[in-house]
Design a protein around this ligand. Structure first.
Ligand code: ADP
Ligand code: MG
Length: 235
C-alpha cells in the first residue's frame, strides 16, 4: 500500500483559552491517498472547516499527529508551513479573488510564488489555464464583471495552475446555482484527474456526491463514518 498523502492520527483541536477553551475536534483519524477525491460532509458547526484548515497547513496542529506530504505538521514552524502551502491549492466558498486584479492577474499571482516559473511567460500560462476552464474570453475582466460561477472557475484556475499535489475546497458550490455548481466540480474533477492531484472537498451539496471516490461524515467534531455508507447518512 502506498504511503498516504495526508495522514491524520488521533487529532484533537481546541479554540480559546482558560475557561473559554472549547474542544472542536475529537480523536479524528483519516488517511487520504494520492489521486483520491474525498468529500467531507456533515452539519454546520461540526468542525469541517477547522479540519480542512489544519490539513492545509493554515493553522498549526495541537494534539495528535498530522502528516502532509510526508512531513509532520505538529510543531512545524511558520516558515515550514509556508513552504508546505506552495504544494496545496485552496478553493473557498467565497472565491477570494483580488477585486483590483483581472482574472488573468489573479491566476498569474499563484505562479509568482514559485521560483520554477520565474523565466516563463506567466501571462500566456494564465490565459491558457483560463481557456481550460472556459474563460479565455474573460481573461482581462475584473471579478466584478463576472458571474458567480465564472468567479469560481477563475478560483479553480488559480488553485490548479501551479499543479499542486493537494487541492482543498471548502463549500465551493455554496454560492452557485445547481448547474454552475455541477459544472464547477466536474471541472475540478477533470483537471485533478489530468494532474493526478488529490482533492478534499467539503460540501453540503447532495447533487455532487457522486464525483467522490470516498465520502467522510463529520458530526460534533468527530469523524463518524468513513466510506460509501456515509452517502446514506446525508440522503
Ligand atoms: P463547520 O465548517 O463544520 O461548519 P467549523 O470548523 O467552522 O465547522 O466550526 C466548528 C466549531 O468551532 C464551531 O462550534 C465553531 O463555532 C467553532 N469555531 C470555529 N472557528 C473558531 C474560531 N476561530 N474561534 C473559536 N471557535 C471557532
Ligand atoms: Mg465550514
Amino acid at each position: 500500500m502506498m504511503q498516504p498523502i495526508i495522514s491524520v492520527q488521533n487529532l484533537n483541536h481546541y479554540f480559546g483559552q482558560g475557561q473559554l477553551r472549547k474542544q472542536v475536534l475529537f480523536d479524528v483519524s483519516l488517511n487520504i491517498h494520492a489521486g483520491e477525491i474525498v468529500i467531507m460532509t456533515g452539519p454546520s458547526g461540526s468542525g469541517k472547516t477547522t479540519l480542512l484548515t489544519l490539513l492545509g497547513g493554515l493553522r498549526s496542529a495541537q494534539e495528535g499527529s498530522l502528516t502532509i506530504l510526508d512531513q509532520e505538521i505538529r510543531g512545524a514552524t511558520k516558515q515550514h508551513l509556508t513552504q508546505l502551502r506552495k504544494n496545496i491549492g485552496y478553493i473557498f466558498q467565497a472565491h477570494n479573488l483580488m477585486t483590483f486584479l483581472t482574472a488573468k492577474q489573479n491566476v498569474r499571482m499563484s505562479l509568482e510564488l514559485h521560483a520554477r516559473y520565474l523565466n516563463q511567460d506567466l501571462d500566456a500560462m494564465a490565459v491558457s489555464m483560463l481557456e481550460a476552464v472556459g474563460l479565455g474570453h474573460r481573461a482581462d475582466y475584473y471579478p466584478d464583471g463576472l458571474s458567480g460561477g465564472q468567479k469560481q472557475r477563475v478560483a479553480i484556475a488559480r488553485a490548479l495552475i501551479s499543479h499542486p499535489k493537494i487541492v482543498l475546497a471548502d463549500e465551493p458550490t455554496a454560492a452557485l446555482d445547481k448547474q454552475s455548481g455541477r459544472d464547477v466540480v466536474e471541472l475540478m474533477q477533470k483537471l485533478a484527474k489530468e494532474q493526478h492531484c488529490t482533492i478534499l472537498l467539503v460540501t453540503h451539496d447532495n447533487r455532487i456526491l457522486d464525483i467522490a471516490d470516498r465520502i467522510v461524515y463529520m458530526e460534533d467534531g468527530r469523524l463518524v463514518s468513513d466510506g460509501k455508507s456515509a452517502i446514506a447518512a446525508v440522503k
